[in-house]
Design a protein. Structure first.
Length: 121
């Protein structure tokens, strides 16, 4: 009467409890990220010792890195996006000002040039 596809819940629960005892960093191994035998530098010793050449090389690496390029591209895209979104908002604000000027001028029966100047035409 026992089904072959049934699960042993006691065994499953004990496995689940064992997995729950593992911490966040239990599978972390620093050896995966640290090289204990670093490779030798491709640069001559004079470049390693000279602070000007070392700084120049690090700056060159920074300016030509993919991270810098991606960051610059993101900044340009954000600026363009904000610029394109700003235009419709300014247009709506001008329309609202014109409508309020028309309403005010019809209520007062005067053309209120101080509030609704020619700058909004």
């Amino acid at each position: 009467m026992c089904d072959k596809s049934s699960t042993d819940w006691d065994k499953a629960w004990s496995n689940f409890k064992k997995q729950g005892k593992k911490t966040l960093f239990s599978n972390f191994s620093p050896n995966k990220y640290v090289s204990w035998n670093p490779r030798r530098s491709d640069f001559p010793l004079s470049e390693e010792v000279d602070p000007i050449k070392r700084t120049e090389r690090s700056n060159l690496k920074f300016w030509t890195s993919p991270t810098f390029t991606l960051g610059g591209a993101l900044i340009i895209l954000i600026v363009l996006l904000l610029y394109t979104l700003q235009a419709p908002i300014n247009k709506k604000i001008k329309q609202i000002r014109r409508i309020s000027c028309v309403v005010n001028s019809t209520k007062n029966h005067t053309n209120n040039n101080l509030m609704c100047g020619a700058r909004d035409n």
